[in-house]
Design a protein around this ligand. Structure first.
Ligand code: ARG
Length: 585
């Protein structure tokens, strides 16, 4: 199995070679090749070059064309406009390249030249609390980045930095001490919903006591001290809350059709043993200083409204460690022990300042060296249809599970309407795959940092930029292939390609390049855009080029071949986004 050189880079190389042959004084100039509707590609690089060499661009372009060696890739090349090159490829080169892709399990996509180790921090809900749409975004975007990076050959370590530590546990644990059987499960296993409602009930009851009963409040505070001191009994009760929450988390991840592995769940508490040392080093090296009793790190460019510097507090004046101390310790662990070359955090954009300060502190302390990248893949807020932060009609935050259930329900209705030969069970299964896919796709198809509107009607629509549209394109191809029966897809380098076939073929050939861009810039929305365009190009092809009724057997086989490669590319791309491709819809 071998990686395939894309037509774009083959042509780019040929033009670059011709450029340096014709104009040795130009050095290695970039031909600036891009897809074009007029021809297959257009190269614009000669314009800038002519300026630099003070020559006539059309003349230079003519010299480059003349210097182009005879080849079997470029069928036609002409100078146009002020000095562009319009390039048309041979049909043979297009089909041949696609055939090489089809022969490879990875569709000819190469591995990254220098893979490293990325530790990715995503899907990090908080213990004893309901998950919200922000947690959904982190999970969906993070899971897609995991798959995409792994596909490029990167070693990926997942870290689910759940919020499982803090003073809020004092009250909960104290309540459980006084009502010891509240989290016992006599009847065996419980489901996620029950777990969450148990936690909600305990939270409300303990909160009420905490607010009304001074003595309970005092006992709760002592509990925090006992927890931080590592008291065995207290820790055992704390663990019960963590376990109960995990039942709930896993049920939601399961609904999201997402695999989360327990060893990768290393929450805030996982770094407790390092906190003291982290603070000691920061203080000893002078990176952090005492200020009003707290241990703080200051930054010239982080100022409050009054113009004073706002510090990152690593240790509070009461001796407690906070979010920052934990994140700094996590960096030490991830770089020092896990050998990360990249730290990627899929976290709400509203935490951007926190991460900026944490990364800078880690740099000053030497925990983040020059060779280590630290990036926040920041995502925006989920808005309701009205463009305001997402709430129910009653003004409450929307429960993530209700939302997923509704998406599946709507998708099931869409599947049912279209279904001709599906059984009830198949409709339900497809409904799940379409509904969850739709939620993920909506999240992944806009640039992460932008806020986006959660609009279920739009998400499960068959028209427009939705996963349903892409899944239908996939299922339609499967149905064509089934109808073809014994006629198998096969590439035919000798056939003449119609314009819609060229456009489809050239886009198929771009898959690896698109992925490389997506992986390098952490932009899964560009993969979504690639797939949507692929499905659209397929639709045009299918409208314009009969497949099974094409004029000759070679044409039928070649078109089936294009269908098949399209399906495989769609399926692979959707899988990287965490979205299923049902065979029938
Ligand atoms: N639990 C946090 C929240 O719900 C997200 C954690 C992000 N990761 C981190 N290393 N700080 O907002």
């Amino acid at each position: 199995m071998a990686p395939v050189t894309s037509l774009a880079s083959t042509v780019d190389q040929r033009i670059a070679d011709a450029l340096s042959a014709a104009l040795p004084e130009a050095g290695s100039a970039d031909p600036l090749l891009r897809r074009s509707d007029r021809a297959d590609f257009q190269a614009n690089g000669i314009l800038a070059l002519a300026k630099k060499l003070k020559g006539n661009p059309r003349e230079l372009a003519g010299q480059v064309v003349a210097a182009l060696a005879d080849n079997d890739v470029i069928k036609e090349i002409e100078v146009s406009g002020p000095g562009f090159l319009n390039i048309t490829l041979t049909d043979r080169a297009i089909v041949g390249t696609l055939a090489a892709r089809a022969a490879d399990d990875r569709l000819g996509v190469p591995f990254a030249a220098h893979p490293g180790t990325t530790v990715i921090d995503y899907a990090q809900p908080n213990v004893a609390k309901e998950m919200h749409v922000g947690h959904l975004r982190s999970a969906v975007i993070g899971a897609a980045m995991v798959e995409i990076l792994e596909f490029t050959g990167e070693k990926v370590v997942r870290r689910h930095h759940i919020g499982d530590w803090g003073t809020q546990f004092g009250m909960l644990i104290q309540y459980l001490t006084e009502h010891p059987h509240e989290l016992d499960h006599q009847g065996g296993d419980i489901d996620g919903e029950t777990a969450m409602s148990n936690l909600n009930r305990l939270y409300k009851a303990s909160r009420a006591l905490f607010d009304s009963d001074e003595e309970f409040k005092a006992r709760s505070r002592d509990r925090v001290v006992a927890l931080q001191a590592g008291d065995k009994e207290t820790l055992a009760l704390w663990q019960k809350f963590v376990d109960e929450s995990k039942i709930y988390f896993y049920s939601v991840f399961d609904k999201l059709d997402m695999e989360i592995h327990d060893p990768d769940v290393v929450g805030e508490s996982g770094y407790n043993d390092m906190l003291e040392e982290t603070c000691r080093i920061l203080e000893e090296t002078g990176v952090a200083v005492r200020s009003e009793g707290a241990l703080c790190v200051f930054f010239d460019d982080v100022l409050g409204p009054d113009g004073n510097q706002v510090p990152l507090i690593v240790k509070k004046s009461n001796g407690g460690y906070g979010y920052a101390a934990t994140d700094l310790s996590a960096i030490r662990d991830r770089v020092g022990r896990l050998d990360a070359t990249t730290l990627l955090y899929v976290v709400d954009a509203r935490q951007a300042l926190h991460f900026r300060m944490v990364f800078e502190t880690a740099r000053r302390a030497g925990w983040l060296g020059e060779g280590t990248k630290a990036v926040q893949l920041a995502f925006g807020t989920v808005l309701g249809k009205d463009g305001k932060p997402f709430k129910t009609r009653e003004g409450e935050t929307v429960r993530l599970e209700d939302l997923l259930d509704e998406a599946v329900e709507r998708a099931t209705a869409v599947v049912r309407e279209k279904a001709r030969d599906l059984t009830e069970q198949e409709i339900a299964e497809r409904g799940g795959q379409v509904g969850i896919g739709a939620v993920k796709y909506a999240d992944l198809s806009t640039s992460a940092v932008r806020d986006y509107k959660f609009d279920l009607d739009q998400m499960v629509s068959l028209n427009g930029d939705t996963s349903v549209y892409i899944q239908y394109a996939y299922a339609r191809i499967q149905s064509i292939v089934r109808k073809a029966g014994d006629v198998r897809p096969a590439p035919h380098a000798e056939v003449e390609l119609a314009p819609a076939e060229r456009a489809l073929g050239l886009h198929l050939d771009r898959f690896g390049e698109a992925l490389a861009e997506v992986a390098a810039a952490y932009e899964p929305h560009k993969l979504a855009a690639y797939l949507y365009q692929l499905a659209s190009l397929f639709t045009t092809f299918y409208d314009q080029c009969p497949v099974l009724k094409a004029e000759s057997p070679a044409l039928v086989e070649n078109r089936l071949f294009l269908c098949d490669l399209t399906a495989r590319t769609l399926k692979q791309g959707l899988a990287l986004l965490g979205i299923r491709s049902p065979e029938r819809l």
